[in-house]
Write a protein that binds this ligand. Sequence first.
Ligand code: OAD
Length: 246
Amino acid sequence: MGQEISISERLRSLLLKDTKVVILTGAGISAESGVPTFRGEEGLWKKFRPEELATFDAFMANPQLVWEWYEYRRKIIEEIKPNPGHLALVDFQSYFEKFDLITQNVDGLHHQAGSKKIIELHGNIKRNKCIRCGEKHEDLNKALPGIPPKCPCGGNIRPDVVWFGEMLPQEAIQYAFEVSSACDLFFSIGTSAVVHPAASLPVIAKRNGAYVVEVNLSPTEISHLVDESLFGKSGEVLPFLVKLLK
Ligand code: OAD
């Protein structure tokens, strides 16, 4: 067990069934499952260059390389399981009557843990789509030939994730803005809060009167504006909060 967790009386008083809660998660919540984060010393972007791997231009220039990079990340994800942080959010969802879970993660671990109705802002690495006809390929059909596989229409198939310079799924981000501006309690969990528009959600929640809490190993870009920072592993802090739910 890590260091002792203490929370304010204000936060304690907000842990009521009818409090409207919004959660935003980032790569940090999956770190304890073994998914590498993007930033920091061990982060993916220390070893790989985003512009060579996570842009549409990169895919057009070298589809094989980009496809293989996603296959590498899929392999990591296939072998791992949700951790106590993901599982705690399932308990949150069954406790709070108004609850929304927004994630920047593409790893599908919230689904695997049992969370429902997840707002995936950056897509899902397990899903694919054709760059020509747009058809979604939910499960990778290994029978499709090529690296990357070719859609029956002849177009290259790409992972259905949001790359740098691309728009977020319109409906998902719009919904995320709506619920963030109308909630009472907002948690920003395991995110460095530097990638917009996701990073604007805690700011909007705060501006509209929500109590904003971050859960992270260390201070982030938004630490100065949140009401409370809970420093520690999300796999320890979130189960601690679950124990306080009555
Ligand atoms: P980052 O890698 O930028 O940040 C991860 C955060 O998690 C850091 O602030 C860590 O301190 C924190 N962290 C690490 N382990 C933790 C733990 N066990 N418990 C709690 N916190 C922990 O990841 P994101 O903020 O998710 O976008 O990155 C945002 C976006 O940037 C990603 O969705 C991706 C990336 O480029 C796209 O691919 C479009």
